[in-house]
Design a protein around this ligand. Structure first.
Ligand code: PLP
Length: 480
């Protein structure tokens, strides 16, 4: 390193994060957060960000011990989302997932859970010392993106009646949903609680006639939603909801949830973030239906005008406000496709090897849609048939491998807790190929290897394939 490099590195006038954020100004956001740089509620920011950042005062209240106007905000949220009780959690759905699991479960309890859940759920399992029972696919069958169907959940519940809870992600990152009602029935019959990670579905309650039913409406006991993903709240605002039936039937205890909020949430929750969750609830309750209708129409109009080398991915019961396009027939590889969007100043939520996920905000402008449409239509597809076939073969192989690994049965050598938090000598003794972190492409953060599982050659080959696609991964061992 030269002296000049060193000086550059220690120049404290530099504010790299501020600069990086400023460079985002003017780009077209088709990703989280849903408030799009505060456009969603300019009135809230007019007094200045710093003035709104405060601690628990008589005038603000305590988010972890709600009374007065905090309780009123929680009551309004519960009323709108169809819960008996709602909380605003200002450290993300990540924290809400910890609270959601800790509410009904105790150390050593079994939880029925798919392999492909957000990393936060894996880490909650570890911290709480739970025993994961993976939802199996029928022999040799795999789940798309590792997301089991309703029947597979029910079969696993019936095979493991001693489990205490069942955990479902609904909708998934691509907006797909499954029918929860029969899962809720099967779980409740055996005294299990149904926990739903509804991080991507906070807007569902606003338009029951246009969108999939909410998890609470389908019998979930406790759910959590990221208010910053599909609603216009600041990152990382989250809602935690408990159903009326769960409280009435003693599947969830209010006092215990309240205790867990105080354990897993910072003791200085951000009122600014909470206020935006409150504002987002108000906005979506008052105007959400119209805006959702508008988004559905914009998405449909855009797709209608797209050439045939784009295919909209919208299976039955998926969320039509999410715009998922399969771009594999363009023949463009992922990095090339990303660079085209980037040059046009457009940021998608997720681009995998064959699909792009655009996450339009409730107030996404017609001008943004026009720019997106023009950019997509300007892409020249590959015409060489041989190269197209080669490209498609590569994608088929990636997809098959992804679904196989994300649907694989568990192969634990150590418990999730031991491998993450156990004594170093104990973990080393167990073997060098055992994962000591969650290994997952990010986003969406669904693990191909849970901590405590063996990293096989098949995993290594797949990780290499992802690397070649330029897909970021979390938890890949340094020695890899
Ligand atoms: C399905 C799912 N669950 C949970 C989370 C964590 O949410 P948060 O970022 O609000 O902590 C995410 C984040 O992307 C997610 O996609």
């Amino acid at each position: 390193m030269s002296a000049m490099d060193f000086d550059e590195e220690n120049n404290h006038e530099m504010t790299p994060l501020v600069q990086a954020l400023c460079q985002q100004i003017g780009r077209v956001s088709f990703h989280m957060p849903g408030h799009r740089q505060g456009i969603g509620f300019p009135y809230l920011f007019s007094p200045g960000l710093a003035c709104l950042d405060t601690t628990e005062l008589g005038g603000t209240g305590d988010l972890a011990a709600p009374s007065g106007h905090v309780l009123e905000a929680y009551r309004l949220a519960a009323q709108f989302f169809g819960a008996k009780e709602s909380w605003i959690i200002t450290s993300g759905t990540t924290a809400s997932i910890f609270i959601m699991m800790a509410g009904p479960l105790r150390e050593g309890d079994q939880i029925i859970i798919p392999r492909a859940v957000h990393m936060a759920a894996v880490h909650a399992v570890a911290v709480l010392g739970l025993i994961p029972i993976f939802v199996d696919s029928e022999e040799d069958k795999t789940f798309p993106d590792g997301q089991p169907n309703t029947q597979s959940f029910i079969e696993t519940i019936e095979r493991y009646p001693s489990a205490r809870a069942c955990f479902v992600t609904r909708p998934d990152y691509y907006g797909r949903t499954i029918d929860l009602a029969p899962i809720a029935q099967a779980a409740h019959r055996l005294g299990m609680t149904l926990l739903v990670d509804e991080a991507h579905g906070a807007h569902f309650a606003a338009a029951p006639d246009l969108l999939p039913a909410t998890a609470l409406a389908q019998g979930a006991d406790i759910t959590c939603q990221s208010a910053h993903k599909t609603l216009p709240a600041l990152t990382p605002a989250s809602f935690l909801h408990i159903s009326r039936a769960a409280i009435d039937n003693h599947r969830i205890d209010h006092e215990r949830v309240s205790q867990m909020v105080k354990i897993f949430q910072t003791s200085s929750p951000s009122f600014l973030i909470a206020a935006t969750a409150d504002a987002a609830r108000s906005m979506v309750a008052c105007e959400g239906h119209d805006r959702i209708k508008y988004l559905i129409r914009q998405n449909a109009d855009l797709c209608e005008k797209l050439p045939d080398h784009y295919r909209r991915v919208l299976p039955t019961d998926a969320d039509p406000t999410r715009l998922v396009l399969d771009y594999s027939a363009t023949g463009l590889d992922r990095l090339h496709f990303l660079s085209v969007l980037d040059s046009a100043g457009i940021d998608a939520e997720l681009v995998d090897s064959n699909r792009v996920v655009f996450l339009p905000a409730l107030d996404q402008s017609e001008e943004d849609y026009r720019r997106l449409s023009e950019t997509l239509r300007a892409i020249k597809p590959e015409t060489d048939q041989r190269r197209l076939t080669q490209h498609q073969d590569k994608l088929d192989s990636l997809t098959a491998q992804r679904d196989k690994l994300l649907s694989a049965p568990a192969g634990f050598e150590l418990t999730v807790r031991q491998s993450l938090f156990g004594r170093r000598d104990f973990v080393q003794h167990a073997g060098k190929n055992i994962a000591t972190q969650t290994i997952a492409p990010y986003p969406p953060g669904m693990p191909i290897v849970w901590p405590g599982e063996i990293i096989s050659d098949e995993h290594r080959i797949y990780m290499n394939m992802l690397e070649a696609e330029g897909i970021a991964q979390r938890g890949v061992p340094l020695s890899f």
